[in-house]
Every structure is written in structure tokens, then in C-alpha cells.
Ligand binder design. Structure first.
Ligand code: FE2
Length: 286
């Protein structure tokens, strides 16, 4: 089936992209690329990135976060790599699970939505599970994905702030819509952050960094770049987005904001990664 425009609320879906994705959807029938990639065990290994960020009020107990992004359930992501990522998150038993968007590659089918639900259910946060949407989610029927996330117990936060009960009521998760294909509105999101002395920014893309800095985010977690997906030992070749080019993956300090850009888990377009190992982050905020 030829798809030449976005079937969700997301903009920025060009005819060229439509032609490429329609061709790939026909070529990748029955998910054979994901199955082939899944045969190489090494490519399915997921790196756990552990780090801590301080700055909370004295006397507050530490809060643990799990962050995972860019699952890209579909024909270019092996089932084993998704299982490995969510097994690692489940084993960590985090307080808050944060999902960075791009849950699918190509259309959001009921089967992909069911898979998303079962993965998230496996690793739900003890206190909360928070999700934003990515460009690939907004180019398809994102409502199917939102329903799967809700059914799994996640809060889908678009231009909204999520707060926790005491003793973690000093922390606010400021969640923005995707800057490329959606409509981020920091002012609206911040309405719920009053009184929070530690702000965690959550958005699919690092391009929200200027908005997060203005929102006073102490920590900003995002994905989208895939670390270039197919990179070289010297660095990535192509990275999307202006901020992503500067910070293609990993941890950075940008003025007062601690930035973490995940390489994500799955793949788009080509069923492979090189020098861009899938990752999940396990973060302690104290
Ligand atoms: Fe992605």
C-alpha cells in the first residue's frame, strides 16, 4: 500500500519518505530482516548505562529512573534486542520508567501495539511509568500506541508535567511533544511544575534542549538520534537534528542541564546498527 502522507497528527512527512517507507514495507514483509539480524547474538546485546545526578533537596531519598527510547517495533528490530532491553529494566525494578518514544517503525498495527503493551507491562516503574511520543509514532495512528501505553499502565504526557507523591514530590517530569513533527508547548507543560525544585525534562528529540534549558531542567533525557545507527569507530556519519549533531549520544553538560541522549534500542530503514550499540539508562537522582 502506498502511503504518501502522515496517517497521524505528525507533520514533516515528505512524499520522498512516503515512497521509501512504502517500498520498505513491501520489501520487509513477514519481518524477515529482523529475523535475520536476530540470528547474530552480538548485535542484540544491550548496554546498560548507569549514572547519577544530584541536586535534590537534602533529606529526600534517592529516586531511580529507567530510560528507554526508540524501540521501533517492526521489521527492522529483532525481538531479542527488545526483550533484552526490557529484561534489564525489569531486573532493575526502577521507581519510574520513562519511555522516550518512536515505539514503532512503519504503521502501528494491532500486533505492534500488543507487543508494546507487553514489553512495558514487564518493566513498569514502581511509582510511575511516563511516556512521550516520537516522530515515527506521530506519522502513524498514534492513538493505537497511546491506548497500548495506557493499557500497560503508562501515563502519556504531551506538553504536561507528571508529579510524584511524597517523598518525591520535589521532582517534576516536564514532558514535551516532539519538536520536529509535533507541537511542543513548554509553557503549558510547566503549569504543573510549580514548587518542584528538581525538574526532569523528557522529550523524544535532543532538539528540545533550548526549551528544556528555559524550563529549568536539571536533567533532560531523550533519544531520536540512534547514535547515528550506522556509525564508525570515529563517530556517527549521519545524525538527525541540529542539537543531535552536536550531542549524538551519551551524557553531556549543557550549561546547567545534564543531558542524556540514548542510542535507543531498535532500528529504522536498515536492519542493522554499527558502532551504535542499543542502550538503556539506569539513573539515580539524589
Ligand atoms: Fe527513532
Amino acid at each position: 500500500m502506498l502511503k504518501l502522507s502522515s496517517t497521524g497528527r505528525g507533520g514533516g512527512y515528505s512524499k520522498k519518505r512516503g515512497l521509501v517507507e512504502s517500498t520498505l514495507a513491501a520489501m520487509y514483509r513477514a519481518d524477515w530482516p529482523a529475523r535475520a539480524w536476530g540470528l547474530t547474538r552480538r548485535s542484540c546485546a544491550v548496554r546498560e548505562i548507569h549514572f547519577g545526578v544530584s541536586g535534590r533537596e537534602p533529606g529526600r531519598p534517592p529516586l531511580t529512573l529507567g530510560f528507554v527510547s526508540d524501540l521501533h517495533i517492526g521489521p527492522t528490530t529483532p525481538a531479542a534486542v527488545l526483550d533484552a532491553a526490557f529484561d534489564a529494566l525489569a531486573a532493575a525494578e526502577v521507581d519510574v520508567l520513562v519511555l522516550g518514544g518512536d515505539y514503532v517503525f512503519l504503521e502501528a498495527s494491532p500486533a505492534k501495539a500488543a507487543r508494546l503493551r507487553s514489553l512495558v507491562e514487564r518493566a513498569r516503574g514502581r511509582l510511575a511509568t511516563i511516556a512521550v511520543l516520537g516522530n515515527h509514532d506521530l506519522w502513524t495512528d498514534h492513538r493505537v500506541l497511546e491506548h497500548a501505553l495506557w493499557a500497560a499502565g503508562a501515563e502519556v504526557a504531551i506538553n504536561a508535567t507528571v508529579r510524584l507523591a511524597p517523598p518525591h514530590d520535589d521532582v517534576a517530569f516536564v514532558c514535551l511533544d516532539d519538536p520536529w513533527t509535533g507541537a511542543p508547548d513548554a509553557e503549558r507543560a510547566l503549569a504543573g511544575a510549580a514548587g518542584a525544585t528538581f525538574r526532569v525534562g523528557v522529550c523524544h528529540s535532543p532538539d528540545a534542549l533550548p526549551l528544556m534549558q528555559r524550563a529549568g531542567a536539571h536533567l533532560f533525557v531523550c533519544g531520536h538520534t540512534h547514535g547515528g545507527q550506522i556509525a564508525t569507530p570515529w563517530g556517527p556519519i549521519v545524525v538527525p537534528g541540529r542539537v543531535g549533531k552536536r550531542y549524538p549520544s551519551g551524557r553531556h553538560t549543557a550549561f546547567a542541564t545534564h543531558l542524556f541522549v540514548s542510542r535507543g534500542v531498535g532500528a529504522t530503514e536498515l536492519p542493522m546498527r554499527a558502532w551504535a550499540r542499543p542502550d538503556v539508562a539506569l539513573i539515580t537522582i539524589s
